[in-house]
Design a binder for this molecule. Structure first.
Ligand code: PMP
Length: 434
């Protein structure tokens, strides 16, 4: 340990100290595995803006990785949490239930694009929702196999990371992983449906018979994998495959949910009903809440006590989620996602007309991304994506990269962003892309 970095007096609270001082203390006090993107520390935030502890202002196009569709500290979300804080913060739902959990389930059941009677259970993180979705699918089908896709991200906990289809940095060094998980190429703009079909046929020939597969899990638009929308024909084919073999279809909407894609849920774009959905992130305005939503008959498969968790469906987060649903309807956030997504796409296409290093541009609603490539070969250019991100950051615009090759810049601004702040961000983007 570096003795110089070790504080000699008890640590002070955030609010004092410079970014550089906290950065050094961070390196001494926390493991490198918990990597951070920037070298600045947040002090306060409002809607699409935040300020660091040295008073520098940023426009937030990361949204805490897709969590802030309703912005930082939305007044209605803040008021809902504050009101709940006056009543109680924890009882453990399974010990002393609260009505708001049930009414939130009713609201989510009513809007989830799943046909027939639907039930919901709440958890804390996206990974936890994914793990519970698999438990429920296994309990219902009494089968063990799971098929996921290359480039998928389903979380970092041990089963979820086994489903995740990217080795670096998520899986490297952490194996062995749970057995009977298989990955197929993801049928988006980068792999054909035929490739996926051949791979799954091969799986059924060489690895596992379809009658032992419990579920196929996919993101309607891969998030960490590069904002890759799944092909419509693939969803239709997967639904038929699931029906043929009694396999459950799980749509992981942890990143795509809650108005980001221009509809409340991305599966609404496809007109295909999954059996189970996972949700989290923008569901609760920055508080920790996730959900597994599914056909009632499937959701009721696990025995009483088989699902839950001490903090699962925390009352502060449930209160926040009710407010988020109100805000999404009142402020018509799905429509706003489409409007802002179109504006952003327009800027990106204009930039690409002048810059051959911008590759594919894609978007569903406000789930927009663009690739950076070597113009001569079209090969992914992760270094350039990083440089774009850094250049934007220098001008106060926080962007995120993603993609299996790290060459994608994605845009996750709050859908509540003020027009004037959005335009300011577009100006910075124009400069950086030029
Ligand atoms: N599924 C998807 C599609 C995600 O994007 C993520 C998070 N990026 C997760 C699951 C895991 O969520 P969490 O980090 O809350 O565990």
């Amino acid at each position: 340990m570096n003795a110089v970095l070790k504080p000699t007096s008890p640590p002070t609270h955030i609010g004092s100290g410079t970014n550089a001082e906290w950065h050094a203390r961070r390196q001494a006090a926390t493991p490198r595995g918990v990597a951070v993107m920037g070298d600045f520390f947040i002090d306060r935030a409002k809607n699409a803006e935040f300020w660091d502890i040295e008073g520098r202002r940023f426009i937030d196009f990361a949204g805490g990785i897709a969590v802030l569709n309703t912005g930082h500290v939305h007044p209605k979300v803040q008021a809902a949490i504050a009101a709940q804080l006056q009543r109680f913060t924890h009882s453990c739902y399974q010990v002393v239930p609260y009505a708001e959990y049930v009414s939130l389930a009713e609201r989510i059941n009513a809007i989830a694009p799943i046909s027939g009677p639907v039930k919901s259970a709440f958890f804390s993180t996206g990974a936890e929702a994914v793990e519970n979705a698999i438990k429920i699918a296994r309990a219902h089908t009494k089968r063990s196999g799971v098929i996921a896709f290359g480039g998928a991200f389903h979380g970092r906990s041990m089963f979820a990371v086994a489903l995740t289809g990217k080795v670096q940095p998520y899986k490297a060094g952490f194996g062995p992983f749970a057995p009977e998980i298989y990955h197929a190429p993801f049928p988006c703009h980068c792999a054909s449906l035929e490739e996926t079909q051949r791979a799954i046929e091969q799986l059924f020939k060489c690895d596992i018979e379809p009658s032992r597969v419990a579920a196929i899990i996919f993101e309607p638009v891969q998030g960490e994998g590069g904002f890759n929308p799944i092909q419509q024909a693939a969803v239709t084919w997967l639904r038929a495959l699931c029906d043929q073999h009694g396999i459950l279809m799980i749509a992981d909407e942890v990143q795509t949910g809650f108005a980001r894609t221009g509809k409340m849920f991305a599966m609404e774009h496809y007109g295909v009903s999954p059996d189970i959905m996972t949700m989290a992130k923008s569901m609760a305005g920055g508080t920790t809440l996730s959900a597994v939503v599914g056909r009632s008959e499937v959701m009721d498969a696990p025995n009483p006590g088989g699902l839950g968790g001490t903090y699962a469906g925390n009352p502060l987060a449930v209160a926040a989620a009710h407010a988020v649903l109100d805000v999404m309807a009142e402020e018509k956030l799905p429509e706003r996602a489409n409007l802002l997504g179109e504006r952003l796409l327009g800027r990106l296409h204009a930039a690409r007309a002048k810059n051959a290093r911008i590759g594919d541009i894609r978007g569903l609603g406000a789930m927009v991304a663009c690739d950076f490539v070597h113009p001569e070969t079209g090969a992914p250019d992760a270094d350039l994506a990083k440089r774009v991100q850094q250049a934007a950051l220098k001008q106060g615009l926080l962007l995120l990269t993603c993609g299996v090759y790290g060459n994608v810049v994605r845009f996750l601004f709050p859908l509540t962003i003020e027009d004037i702040v959005f335009e300011e961000a577009m100006g910075i983007l124009d400069t950086v892309l030029a």
